[in-house]
Write a protein that binds this ligand. Structure first.
Ligand SMILES: [Zn+2]
Length: 291
């Protein structure tokens, strides 16, 4: 699975991508979300990316990624509730700590994922606190928890928290039809019409966020169509035909770039003096990428 195959979770994906691209990895993360959120998948893609030796992490092609996929990476460990038990014990955490302070075998880092971390006993959490207080620079612990409030305050306050939102309710089509029109005109390289479409339709910051989210869903579908050609994985169920037509006119790299621009604008939407300025800036930025 690739990060872009996760349909929503734009902000959590952005945090993970930025950390991997800038090689700024903290020593501890908590990825939290309800039962139907992709928190485990996000944690695993993150772990794989941290260990990856390729250019775009995770690259899926390097030896490290292959070992990760084969479940035999010597610098990666999964900690789970043992079958028949109800919690993660202090012994399990002590075993992690014994190893976490030893240099990695072949990667720059050792990575641990603790699944259902909210099921750690209080003693286990207190044992883990030693790591959170004095982490070795080469080890990373990712806690996956359904409710962050079930963790000790001392643990919570020392980790970077990433929220995963449910993906289930998104088998809907896009919110606004003009988002598809925009992409269609864009792929036909009609800059003036593109600007008209957004200036005519987007009347508030909320409209703009909806539009950016629509665009991300469509661009993601285009990537899925180009790479795996599987309509089942596409979100815009009733838009397959238009999406496939657009996908022939936009490259994979352009789609990825446009998704990044959407992410940037979602995060910085209030930085512009007014809506019209931000729409013009958005349109100009997109066109820079396609020229
Ligand atoms: Zn790799």
């Amino acid at each position: 699975m690739k990060l872009y195959e996760i349909k929503r979770n734009f902000i959590s994906k952005k945090i993970i991508e930025n950390s991997l691209n800038n090689k700024k990895i903290s020593h501890s993360y908590i990825i939290t979300g309800e039962e139907n959120s992709p928190k485990e998948i996000l944690a695993e893609l993150f772990a794989k990316g941290i260990l990856c030796k390729g250019e775009s992490s995770p690259c899926d092609a390097c030896l490290s990624c292959k070992k990760f996929d084969g479940n035999n990476h010597p610098d990666f460990s999964k900690i789970k509730v043992i079958d028949g038990k109800a919690s993660i014990s202090i012994e399990q955490i002590r075993n992690v700590l014994k190893e976490a302070y030893l240099k990695p075998n072949e990667s720059d880092k050792r990575v641990y994922i603790i699944y259902d971390a909210h099921l750690m006993t209080e003693q286990a959490q207190n044992a883990l606190l030693k790591f959170f207080e004095e982490p070795p620079f080469f080890s990373v612990i990712i806690l996956v928890a359904k409710d962050v409030n079930l963790l000790l305050e001392t643990i919570k306050s020392r980790a970077l928290i990433i929220n995963a939102e449910p993906e289930e309710d998104i088998s809907y089509s896009i919110k606004n039809e003009y988002s598809l029109d925009y992409l269609d005109r864009f792929s036909d390289k009609n800059e003036a019409e593109c600007l008209d479409i957004i200036l005519d339709n987007i009347k508030s910051s909320e409209d703009f966020v909806d539009f950016l989210s629509d665009l991300k869903i469509l661009l993601r579908d285009i990537c899925v169509f180009k790479n795996v050609n599987s309509p089942n994985l596409m979100t815009g169920k009733n838009k397959e035909l238009q999406i496939s037509q657009i996908s022939y006119k936009i490259t994979d790299i352009q789609s990825q770039k446009l998704m990044e621009i959407c992410d940037d604008f979602i995060l910085r939407i209030y930085e512009y003096a007014n809506l019209k300025l931000s729409l013009c800036a958005f349109n100009a930025k997109c066109w820079e990428e396609i020229r």
